[in-house]
Design a protein around this ligand. Sequence first.
Ligand code: SF4
Length: 471
Amino acid sequence: MRFATSAASSLPSAASDAAAARAGLGQFEPAWTREDEEAVRAASAASVAVPEPRASSSSASEAPAAAPAPAPPPLLLSMSADELKALAVSHGESAYRGTQVFDSITKGAATIAEIRGIPPGWRAKLSEEGFDVGRAPVHSSALSADGTQKLLLRLHDGHVVEAVGIPSRDGARLTVCVSSQVGCPMRCSFCATGKGGYARNLTTAEIVGQVIAVRGAFERRAAAAKEEGAGGAPTSARRPIPTRVSNVVFMGMGEPALNLRAVLPALREINGRLGVGARRLTLSTVGVPNTIATRLAAENLQFTLAVSLHAPTQELREKLVPSAKAYPLDALLSDCQAYFEASGGRRVTFEYALLSGVNDSQAHAAQLARLLKRYDLRSHVNLIPFNPIGDLSPFAAPPRAAAAAFEAALTAAGVPASVRGSRGSDASAACGQLRNEHQRRGAALGPMPLEPVGLGAAAAGAGAAAAAALV
Ligand code: SF4
């Protein structure tokens, strides 16, 4: 599929507006404009385009241009082990020193001062020459009573992104939910990130750095808990705090399929460098044309592909996921089928946010079962009861019984499904919510308080809930 190019095929029609009004959906339907489509197309192009080589030097008749400022050295986090060894040798050190830098940064060194074992002289030289590890500092952190911890990381250009650590209830596993973009151009109507605006794609190092940052936050908490225990404080009621990352899900801010140029290397780094099993990596997409059946199918990594459906019909999906206007449901599922076949039967899961009175009826369940049974995907549906995102959304979570009835209807129709619990509900867990709070507070107010903090917004959303599916 390609993005529709004509306004008629991509913009909301009068007929669909009328249908939305009939369904009571007009109040939250976001307009999907030609500008939105162009923004998404630009983000996608930025992800896949190979940079053009610089034009050769100016003609002889032109005045010589001023010498460009020297480019800053690469971030150490973005350099491979071989590149760091070569850097060490070029600075008169042994190649082993480069390995030390690589290992130290992988273990969590966030500054040159924190890199272990290297000679002071080389440490000083790296700093003098402008080298930097490239880790985004933690701007603020919210800790939930269930142990889920969300970090707001400040990037070098002042933007902030969210990363979440979700421990399993028994403390055996730690799932990290990462962002792939600053904001998101897809503007799904129920999503806090979509309401916060889109700024840019993240780099591979910025994505990998999120995993290291969350792991570090859990390591610090585990160490503090151990110290408390050693001091005689009661420990019986405490949950164990995992420090080894077992799963990574791309379910945070952004649409990863719009940033595959950074996301695919990040998947490999998280697998190879950070040691997270390939089958424990999940890429979640709402659907971007020309990615699922082509680029993702061609990847050899055995990650799980999760496709966010949220509606069983094209008409309803367009109300919830405005980009669906340019990528119809049938085309999306046909691409999933092609992905399944081209990848030798690699699993596709479907995410479905349950919105009370909008997409959670028995009729919707029957439509969803009929839709999925038209394809041979052997997939599973994760049902994620929506939770409020403050005053940003008119949506509500369905009653527990409605969610259970939806699951039962799918299962009875032969479509495996599970209702997933939300995690971090007292830590602004909805994807993008912490960033939105940060934006509302404004830079003048400075960072939000550091951990532990209960923000009291009762707002577990798709990200944390979907990630909890793996916990
Ligand atoms: S749900 Fe995902 S794709 Fe949709 S706006 Fe939010 S982050 Fe973007």
